[in-house]
Design a protein around this ligand. Structure first.
Ligand code: ADP
Ligand code: MG
Length: 236
């Protein structure tokens, strides 16, 4: 009976996603699962920032997004909310393996993203892991195959793809490239290309950047398909 009720709720949610109001200004107006809505509420997130208001509709509807907005504009929730929602709507379970990969330039930023994910995702059943350099390669290796969502830095991620036996990325539905400009500035272009080459092509990709550079445009051409372009400029 619970299964039937869940299926009905899911069908209703899918319907709301397909027809929802693009002018939403608050999280409560978005078609979100109650798990995500509760997580956001508990963390006291209520009003959408500009980048969230503009990126979330497209991202929630499964589009690729190229989003540019300065530091501090709220990009983290613009991709973490779609990560949780997409996997939930696909009925992702522990058996489905890795469903979403979030790549961040530095350990510090990856750790921050992971903390926000833990907070707003606390009512979801997904397993999430942090894969960064400097911390136990072996422990990460043992835990990797159980993870549904990974937040990682490029170097360590590629190391696992090359060396960790049985680490399977064939099921990845969603790739997030956060601070793409900085990832490229740090010299990770080749690493990033190798990671992307190891992912399924049929995934959704969300690419966020603080600045719009020609390097970011190059990366976008390679990694996105028919993206929604969103640039939020500072009010004068
Ligand atoms: P960016 O990645 O664009 O630099 P962050 O996602 O790190 O920005 O968010 C910057 C700050 O704004 C964080 O402290 C975060 O908690 C806060 N924030 C993000 N979205 C909202 C929101 N909708 N309402 C209130 N505060 C928010
Ligand atoms: Mg950020």
């Amino acid at each position: 009976l619970k299964r039937k009720r869940d299926d009905e709720e899911l069908a209703a949610l899918e319907k709301r996603v397909s027809e929802f109001d693009l002018q939403a200004t608050e999280f409560s107006q978005l078609p979100l699962t109650k798990q995500t809505a509760n997580g956001l509420h508990r963390a006291h997130f209520k009003t959408l920032t500009d980048i969230q208001r503009r990126a979330l509709p497209a991202a929630l509807q499964g589009r690729d997004v190229l989003g540019a907005a300065k530091t501090g504009s709220g990009k983290t929730l613009a991709f973490l909310v779609p990560v949780l929602e997409l996997l939930y709507r696909k009925k992702w379970s522990s058996l489905d393996g890795l469903g979403a990969l979030i790549i961040s330039p530095t350990r510090e930023l990856a750790t921050q993203i992971f903390e926000v994910l833990r907070k707003i995702g606390c009512e979801h059943a997904f397993s999430a892991g942090l894969v960064i350099g400097g911390s136990g390669l072996r422990e990460q290796r043992a835990a990797l195959h159980r993870m549904n969502i990974l937040v990682c830095t490029p170097g360590r991620m590629l190391q696992h793809m090359d060396q960790t036996v049985g680490f399977n990325l064939d099921n990845v539905q969603l790739l997030v490239l956060d601070e793409a400009d900085r990832i490229l500035d740090m010299g990770f272009r080749t690493t990033l290309d190798a990671i992307i080459a190891g992912l399924p092509r049929s995934r959704q990709t969300l690419l966020f950047s603080a600045t719009q550079t020609s390097n970011v445009a190059d990366l976008a051409r390679l990694s996105l398909s028919n993206p929604e372009y969103i640039a939020v400029h500072e009010a004068a």
